[in-house]
Design a protein around this ligand. Structure first.
Ligand code: C2E
Ligand code: MG
Ligand code: MG
Ligand code: MG
Length: 291
């Protein structure tokens, strides 16, 4: 008998061929990504570079810093999303050197900011869990800081909850070490993971980044609004500042202001941009009206 599902005949070689061809294409794509990341790390090509998305202090409208977001421009594949190439780097043991490259580039940008007189602005760097539990990570960060001559107070590391699940004590200790060296820590994508409220009181972080999901739910129902505003006030009780990510509408922005959110980031203000554009933006315009 023939079993047929959605026009795919599972009893013929055809569906099987189709499946393995898709697999082969995915593997081929991964090979290309892996090769180009390696080349970039070895020869300093510009395949991997950073974009910067401004973060605004909501009460004053001032730009307080940027989040550095990695980008890949592949010779063969065109633009590849960080979701895809960071994942490949993590699985192919390239995330440690790639993460160090990102740190160096972000610190170099911070040095440029300082030299232009923007010595109060911060840059936040996303850190993979694999980096965070790697023994050499602390010294790589301090090396990037010292080599670039920046103030460590201007560097921020963004971590996610997932790495805390299995390594809470060790990771929390290294977060404290960073803080003692002046570096600030942000808990990224808050609310989407597992640990959430549970151990927030013990966690050595300075900022809580409210995940885009909670921002997108603003003004869709009273119940959703309660959740978002309660996360903000709870964070404040733990002496954390709240950064809202993915702010796209004026309604969302106004809700966040009313509910005491500290900092926002999102397409409503600016998309992530190239370093030169970030500098131009600062020259012409370093605040927006928030009221
Ligand atoms: P993330 O750290 O949560 O970064 C925020 C993501 O939201 C970015 O996506 C940013 O472009 C996007 N975004 C910002 N504002 C808005 C908005 O108003 N609306 C919407 N819809 N999206 C907005 P991106 O650049 O694609 O980065 C995706 C993820 O890739 C990041 O999520 C982060 O987890 C990871 N990533 C990016 N760069 C690095 C890196 O250098 N190292 C590591 N380990 N991960 C990175
Ligand atoms: Mg982030
Ligand atoms: Mg995030
Ligand atoms: Mg996110």
């Amino acid at each position: 008998a023939t079993i047929s599902l959605d026009n795919v005949d599972l009893n013929t070689g055809k569906s099987h061929m189709y499946f393995s061809r898709a697999m082969a294409e995915k593997l081929h794509r991964e090979d290309i990504i892996e090769k180009e990341i390696s080349m970039c790390l070895e020869n300093g090509t510009d395949a991997i570079y950073l974009n910067y998305q401004p973060q605004l202090h909501l009460a004053t409208g001032r730009v307080v810093g940027f989040e550095a977001l990695a980008r890949m421009r592949s010779g063969e594949l065109g633009n590849v999303s960080p979701a895809e190439f960071i994942d490949v780097a993590e699985r192919k043991q390239l995330i440690i050197p790639l993460g160090n490259l990102v740190l160096k580039k972000a610190c170099a940008f911070l040095a440029v900011l300082e030299s232009r007189g923007y010595s109060e602005l911060r840059v936040a760097v996303n850190v993979s869990g694999i980096q965070l539990i790697h023994e050499g990570f602390g010294s790589s960060v301090m090396e990037a800081v010292v080599d670039s001559g920046i103030r460590s107070e201007n560097l921020e590391l963004e971590i996610t909850e997932s790495v805390l699940l299995d390594n809470f004590a060790a990771v929390n200790k290294s977060l404290k070490d960073f803080q003692e060296n002046g570096i600030r820590i942000a808990l990224d994508d808050f609310g989407t993971g597992y640990s959430s409220f549970l151990r927030l009181n013990e966690l050595n972080v300075n900022y809580l980044k409210l995940d885009r999901y909670f921002v997108s739910m603003v003004a869709t129902s009273d119940r959703n609004d309660y959740i978002t505003s309660d996360i903000i006030s709870m964070a404040h009780k733990f002496d954390l500042e709240v950064i809202a990510e993915g702010v796209e509408t004026v309604i969302q922005r106004d809700f966040l202001i009313e509910n005491g959110c500290d900092i926002m980031q999102g397409y409503l203000f600016r998309r992530p941009m190239e370093e030169a554009d970030a500098l131009l933006m600062l020259e012409g315009f370093d605040r927006i009206e928030t009221a």
